[in-house]
Design a protein around this ligand. Structure first.
Ligand SMILES: Cc1ncc(COP(=O)(O)O)c(C=O)c1O
Length: 414
């Protein structure tokens, strides 16, 4: 059997434009939502379809991304980190989403969806947050656009990301503490959805990652693909070629998808998602869904989940609140099965090592989430997996100010 050839390239492994009309990425995705939300999700899907086709919407978003979010963000070489890796001739370019307004890539999606909320005449925005970066981005945009903002956050996350709680409140958001379940982002998602069930007429649910019922995985991805489009252009301008590897951390998977999308159709570029191995996969205390999960349904979508033999969703652990979630988005499920993205996990300890090393050799304090990608590259170099002269694109999803308290306790000599 011969595969169809399209423009000189075999299409057998071509990554399709997804989702399909049912919100599916292959077998993953869909809309497993309570009946009470079906009309609101359909309305959102239609509003988004119209917004995508509207030049005014695109222009307004582009202007805000440039004027307020500081896009395009920088892409530059990190020679100090290259010396740490010690791989002859290897070059690393870093995409500085930590330099975007509010300190992370979360602002791209927050701006896009808040504009959508305003178009839909919603005056109140509901969000869930784990690390607090999505909450801060949404709170900032709501302040800017004059929208009311309610952020749900697990009590455990409120304690470990307290500086972001203070920021959200300063920005005028109401932060609602969630004491159910693991008191982390999974519980916060449930409470945010519960709120929306009874307030769909006035409220917009502004989801922060590529999970949830259709159309959220596609909406969040679309607003984040600006990261990869810029990176591809900037790297080509700087080096005249495409990278050998693109590396990004994966919680629900939105910064990684945003970076990877511009390279999906170029099979020579290896795409690597780095997850949280927490205290070690073998301990069961981790959040490495793409590495150790299996298909199942959670929070409105069918994708890979961490679950036990009875199909119960497992409690997760990661030192990085933004990675501490038991599912990845459905498009990640699809890309994993196609072998287009490979998933690796690094422990809390490896992430902390990356956190400190990157701070000291480059003068850039990465978010603990991003530090997982840094730690992965350090471990790969030590294992001899990075080829000499290779070109690596590293996604730095956010800045680490929020994590200095955690580092002070866990890195005593820091
Ligand atoms: C700085 C930062 N990076 C990465 C993530 C992980 O989320 P995602 O996988 O959706 O990009 C988060 C989540 O809160 C975050 O705050």
């Amino acid at each position: 059997m011969s595969a169809r050839v399209d423009g000189g390239r075999s299409t057998r492994n071509r990554i399709e434009e997804l989702p399909d009309a049912a919100g599916r990425f292959g077998v993953y995705g869909g809309r497993y939502a309570p009946e009470a939300l079906m009309a609101a999700l359909t309305e959102l899907e239609e509003a988004y379809r119209l917004a995508r086709a509207d030049v005014t919407f695109a222009t307004e978003l582009e202007t805000l991304l440039r004027e307020r979010a500081g896009r395009p963000t920088r892409l530059h070489r990190v020679p100090g980190f290259e010396r740490v890796l010690g791989v002859p001739g290897a070059r690393v370019y870093v995409k500085r989403e930590d330099m975007a307004y509010t300190g992370s890539y979360k602002i791209n999606n927050a701006l896009g969806q808040a504009l959508l909320a305003a178009r839909m005449s919603r005056t109140r925005v509901i969000a869930e947050t784990g690390a607090g970066q999505h909450g801060v981005a949404v709170a900032s945009v709501c302040a800017m656009l004059g929208l009311r903002c309610v952020v749900y956050m697990g009590a455990h996350d409120m304690a470990r990301q307290a500086s972001n709680v203070a920021r959200m409140r300063m920005l005028g958001a109401e932060v609602r503490r969630v004491d159910t379940g693991g008191r982390k982002v999974k519980a916060a998602v449930s409470e945010a959805v519960r709120d929306w069930v009874s307030t769909t007429d006035t409220s917009y649910l502004l989801f922060g990652t590529v999970t949830g019922p259709a159309p959220y995985p596609a909406i969040v991805r679309d607003f984040q693909t600006v990261i990869g489009r810029e990176s591809r252009r900037q790297l080509l301008a700087a080096t005249g070629r495409l990278p050998d590897r693109v590396v990004a951390c994966v919680g629900g998977g939105s910064n990684a998808l945003g970076l990877f999308h511009a390279f999906l159709d170029t099979p020579e570029v290896a795409l690597i998602g780095v997850e949280a191995a927490g205290r070690g996969i073998e301990t069961g205390q981790h959040a490495a869904t793409g590495t150790a999960g299996a298909p199942g349904e959670l929070d409105g979508s069918f994708s890979y989940l961490l679950q036990d033999a009875d199909g119960q969703v497992q409690r997760t652990h990661s030192i990085a609140a933004g990675l501490d979630y038991p599912a990845i988005g459905p498009e990640h499920g699809y890309l994993k099965d196609r072998g287009r993205v490979r998933y690796h996990a690094v422990t809390d300890a490896a992430a902390l090592r990356g956190f400190r090393a990157f701070s000291r050799c480059e003068g850039i304090v990465p978010a603990l989430e991003s530090a997982h990608a840094v730690g992965y590259l350090m471990e790969s170099a030590e294992r001899g997996e990075l080829a000499p002269d290779s070109l690596i694109l590293l996604g730095l999803s956010g800045r680490g100010d929020k994590d200095l308290g955690i580092a002070a306790v866990t890195l005593p000599e820091a």
